[in-house]
Design a binder for this molecule. Sequence first.
Ligand code: NAP
Length: 330
Amino acid sequence: MMTRRDTEANSKSAAPVNSVSPLFRRIALIGFGLIGGSIARAARAQGIVGEIVTTARTEKTRSRVNELKVVDSVVEGNAAAVKDADLVILCIPVGACSAVAREIAPHLAPGAIVSDVGSVKGAVVREMAPYLPAGVHFVPAHPVAGTEHSGPDSGFAELFMNRWCILTPPEGADPDAVERLRAFWAALGAKVEIMTPDHHDLVLAITSHLPHLIAYTIVGTADELAQVTESEVIKFSAGGFRDFTRIAASDPTMWRDVFLSNKEAVLEMLGTFNEDLSKLTRAIRRGDGEALFEHFTRTRAIRRGIVETGQDSAAPDFGRPHAHLAKRRD
Ligand code: NAP
């Protein structure tokens, strides 16, 4: 697998590194953070797009994106970026998608595919779809890959390698458009699955959103403890706490929007989680070792299943190839 340093080296020129005929002539990325920056780097490294245009809101970010030399041009305005693009991907927080869809709608080229990368799909589909004109193909997507880092420097070309990307095309979506976007994500290294937005939101509520909520909670709880000092929490963090702190370092804007947008599914999973937590609490209070042992044996098997399917490594963190650069997560 390519390292981030290799990727940056390949990205020094805006020209594609191979001569495969491009899947898209011109792609517009709205937002150049972790996900937008990774798409740009991966698409460039694979040589699957002609031209890449991105937006960045501040002069500071635009100047940094120019220095990175990953894209052909970086502009301030979303409308200017989407002009003549045959693929437009919103790589911005979920809560910003509706306003941006309204802004770009009159400027989209007929036949263009409009997509996003939001971690919630139902709300995004409901809020974006009404603004998109007829003749434009809306195919929402969620690459289930990420790290706790954000901003223009955080992306890397191999982020999507062997990770899932879920497409949630609306009913009646153009099959050719869905197939083109599937081919795009496959070329970035992802395994692609198609599901409904509601099912996506339920699955992600338990596999990603609830774990983040728990991490945010436990790190906050530790911070407020009176009996254990902050230096002890940091000193002994290898006991499990450290992994929670990494997840709890994730971007506050992104995660605020995720919980506001996926409220129903998260509350449903939280209800079930609270019941299960009560069962374990009762087992501890009653000294029911058998119940605890049975539960931990079941969860251990789930972990082994994840390792077997290649979604994580059994190696300790310090042995992982990119541990010093970024920790991948959903
Ligand atoms: P990020 O690194 O913070 O980048 C977000 C980008 O969006 C920045 O370029 C930011 O520009 C731009 N932006 C924010 N608000 C905007 C607005 N109103 N109009 C235009 N641009 C705006 O975040 P990210 O991790 O790439 O996340 C982007 C999307 O990917 C989110 O919807 C998230 O749910 C989804 N996602 C994230 C992960 C993950 O692990 N991080 C994984 C899968 C999917 P400025 O620099 O100017 O603020």
